[in-house]
Design a protein around this ligand. Structure first.
Ligand SMILES: NC(=O)c1ccc[n+]([C@@H]2O[C@H](COP(=O)([O-])OP(=O)(O)OC[C@H]3O[C@@H](n4cnc5c(N)ncnc54)[C@H](OP(=O)(O)O)[C@@H]3O)[C@@H](O)[C@H]2O)c1
Length: 292
């Protein structure tokens, strides 16, 4: 099996979608301290999107980098475009919609670079498959951005196999990843062929909401958490991340917590191999039924 060389030394990606929930990190110096702490523990990839906080998450991140420019060269940023919220729609319809069009993608890349105060985005993703996608113009916009050095890698998010294959057919650059939901709470892709399609097309799976957006801990029975914790030394966060780490192709969790304690637990999970029966016991507890 050919392996995908994209992000080989990245146990976890830090998702910035919830940055506005943390007012203590909004001052540039405080956020720069937080970023530096993550870099010091070996985490250097941060996930953004233009819609997170209506662009404010990228803007705050950029202000922190401007405050401490030395950080910029130690980290990599993933960001995305393609979703327009109803309140951002300037037409009379004020309708939430997707916008995978070349002109929109080029403008979004320039705008993200400006907000992030960076010279290059490591990976730029089309956030959602758009049924009206202007595939050739999107492909050219992505290629032009890579040629201009504004973007290093290109990829997709929430795409199904035929959707990413259609974009891939139209560009000479490799799509490196599909960022898509995957966790104990969302395990269907392990049973419907999506995992195998991702592996055979050599895309890296970036697993969003690896803790089920916070719902996972409640969903797992306390007795199982206690016995699994006693056997592995992991808490609920560590168990959820270790569970993902066992999946072929090693999906990279895009963790949503900005709390140091939870990030530490998640890192511990990355370093732990779950016994196979425990992997299935966790799955069974969440799904409420045994595998057939
Ligand atoms: N591409 C896409 O379409 C897409 C969609 C959604 C998200 N994303 C990306 O994925 C990242 C992660 O998403 P996410 O935030 O949903 O992921 P997550 O890591 O599954 O959830 C993090 C949230 O769960 C809470 N949580 C975790 N364990 C908990 C517990 N035991 N008790 C109470 N709360 C708990 C955290 O709270 P604390 O803050 O207290 O730790 C935090 O609010 C986002 O930041 C974004 O970058 C991408």
């Amino acid at each position: 099996m050919t392996t995908n060389p994209y992000l080989p030394d990245t146990p976890l990606i830090l998702g910035m979608m919830r940055l506005l929930d943390h007012p203590d990190l909004h001052a540039p110096a405080a956020l720069a301290d937080w970023i530096e702490r993550q870099l010091d523990r070996g985490l250097s990839v941060f996930d953004h999107a233009d819609i997170y906080g209506d662009t404010e998450c990228e803007r705050l991140f950029g202000k922190a980098l401007a405050r401490r420019p030395g950080l910029k060269h130690r980290l990599r940023v993933i960001t995305k475009t393609g979703i327009v919220h109803g309140h951002q729609d300037t037409s009379v319809w004020c309708t939430k919609h997707y916008r995978a069009e070349g002109g929109h993608v080029s403008a979004a890349i320039d705008a993200a670079l400006g907000r992030l105060q960076m010279e290059q985005i490591d990976t730029f993703l089309i956030h959602r498959p758009d049924p009206l996608m202007a595939v050739e113009s999107v492909a050219r916009a992505l290629e032009n951005a890579v040629e201009a050095g504004k973007v290093r890698h290109i990829g997709v998010s929430n795409f199904l196999p035929e959707q990413w294959r259609w974009l891939q057919k139209n560009t000479r650059l490799p799509l490196v990843c599909n960022q898509s939901e995957l966790s104990l709470s969302h395990s269907a892709p392990l049973f419907d062929g999506l995992l195998e399609a991702t592996l055979s097309d050599h895309l890296k799976w970036l697993a969003w909401s690896p803790l089920g957006g916070g719902r996972l801990a409640e969903a797992l029975p306390d007795t199982l958490l206690a016995s699994a914790g006693a056997q592995t030394g992991l808490d609920d966060t560590g168990l959820a991340i270790a569970w993902l780490a066992a999946i072929p192709g090693s999906p990279i969790p895009v963790l949503g917590s900005l709390r140091d304690s939870r990030i530490e637990s998640a890192l511990k999970g990355c370093q732990t191999v779950l016994p196979r029966p425990l992997w299935f016991a966790l799955l069974e507890a969440i799904r409420g039924h045994r595998v057939a």
